[in-house]
Write a protein that binds this ligand. Structure first.
Ligand SMILES: [Zn+2]
Ligand SMILES: [Zn+2]
Length: 225
């Protein structure tokens, strides 16, 4: 049944947001409502000039950030609906937006492996899917890059980062992820829905580097400014 309705949706050619006819995930009108990040810093994704780029700090290990859109209305509604209202098909539409940004960013061209940020098992069972995987799938398919899911786990169901201060976020994320996959020499891109402070993705990036990755960048649909 679920498969059938998914198939129907895919064949219907409807905008994932407003339901009007569209050949791609979001129609032209809904795309025009999204706010691009103006002149983003290649290292952190914040609009330039960045007063202090976090890449200069010792905890920031991401080589590059690609996050084309500001996390503001109506994009935040789509992300929330994908995560909390079971609107799984929005993942594909958001992934398509990310594909365009990644394709046009030379920093991304040597990436060999995509790692979606894992959900804790309990959250996964509640939700039935991982929104980061839903976003990453069309990216991996369009760019013909390996999608790496097995062997990368979230060990603890961390508290919602948005409600915490900077120090609490770091404590919350310490050893939040475990990587049992050999990534020796691999150039990796982590995929997520939104980058807020970057603490979550940096925490995962640390573990990927310990597992042998030669470089890690972050790709997300949206950036909190
Ligand atoms: Zn639309
Ligand atoms: Zn920066």
């Amino acid at each position: 049944m679920v498969y059938h309705s998914l198939l129907q949706f895919l064949l219907s050619g409807r905008c994932a947001a407003c339901g009007s006819g569209s050949a791609t995930g979001l129609c032209t009108g809904c795309r025009a409502d999204l706010a691009p990040v103006e002149r983003p810093c290649a290292h952190c994704g914040l609009p330039m000039p960045v007063s202090t780029c976090p890449r200069q700090g010792s905890t920031w290990v991401l080589d590059a950030v690609i996050a084309p859109l500001e996390y503001v209305e109506p994009l935040d509604d789509y992300v929330q609906a994908l995560k909390f209202a079971g609107r799984r098909h929005l993942g594909r539409a958001l992934g398509e937006l990310l594909v365009e940004a990644v394709r046009t960013s030379p920093a991304s061209w040597n990436v060999e492996t995509i790692v979606p940020v894992p959900l804790h098992r309990r959250r996964f069972l509640e939700r039935g899917y991982n929104q980061a995987v839903e976003i990453a799938r069309p990216v991996a398919a369009a760019l013909r890059i390996d999608l790496c899911i097995a062997g990368i786990r979230r060990q603890r169901a961390t508290a919602a980062q948005a409600q915490l201060g900077a120090n609490e976020r770091r404590a919350n994320l310490r050893r939040a992820f475990s990587v049992t996959r050999d990534l020796k020499g691999r150039r990796v891109a982590i995929v997520d829905d939104v980058i807020t402070t970057g603490a979550t993705i940096n925490s995962l990036a640390h573990e990927l580097l310990l597992a042998g990755a030669s470089s890690v960048q972050a790709w997300a649909v949206a950036r909190s400014i």
